[in-house]
Design a protein around this ligand. Sequence first.
Ligand code: L34
Length: 296
Amino acid sequence: MTAEILDGKQIAAAIRAELAQEIADFVQKTGVTPGLATVLVGDNPASVSYVTAKGRTCQELGMQSFQHTLPASLSEQELLELVDRLNRDRQVHGILVQLPLPKHIQESRVLYAMDPNKDVDGFHPVNVGRLLIGEEIFPPCTPAGIQELILRSGTPTDGAEVVVVGRSNIVGKPIAVMLMQKKRGANATVTVCHTRTRNLAEHTRRADILIVAAGAPKAVTAEMVKPGAVVIDVGVNRIGTTESGKPKLAGDVDFDGVRAVAGKITPVPGGVGPMTITMLMRNTLRAARLQVEGRS
Ligand code: L34
């Protein structure tokens, strides 16, 4: 068996086309153009590439993009002042502070400082709490992208065994919560594995849907996967450079090996990454609706 490739790029493009129409309708109806402010501190090459793509996608979909690029030497106080300004700027409906931040800046302080109604990443504690009780307005972008990918691939989640490898605040924990909710595209039985899990393979082999956000290449290999399983690879590891000097990317899953046993698998690049950016666009439109029309 060779797994079907779950083409995140293609699914993302379809959703973006829908969003572009919704944004055009919103602009026509309200006279307001949704705006996203991105904040990048420092020059981490991966962050630069993601933030650039976010700004560009905003413009492609007919939204405004305000890109703030700041030196790694920026003080925490200066960043908090910028967030405060963006909170009060009526043209800015969504704010995204790209993570990770330099070590001298406490991430939680910055996330707490953000207006929860502009927190299109869904990282503010109020939004994390809303997610837990199933009343989210901004589902975090990578988990939302994963859920949408599963949904649009026609994979049933109701009663499915989902195994998540990784327990980060931005992927592992929120995707586990989202897939266990009593909702459409959820209702799964979720197991969360992490670095202290005993016998990881014993868990992963039970998964109908295996979500890998471990942060290490080849964390999941073929013998860890149940035949026919749907495998979602969230990892983005830079494993060298191509001949043209571009970074060479690999996920957390041994793609070639796992492809031979899985039923469906996402590639890296072209899997979850493009979905993440698309969900950010969806959340930004939602934020604009909330702020302008008082409903999402
Ligand atoms: N605040 N910080 C905040 N919000 C986020 O949602 C993120 N994340 C993660 C890192 N920090 C963040 C992202 O945006 C990871 N992430 C992200 C976004 C886009 C892509 C990957 C990760 C992506 O588009 N990946 C492409 C390849 C891009 C490349 O060439 O490097 C892909 O096809 O997978």
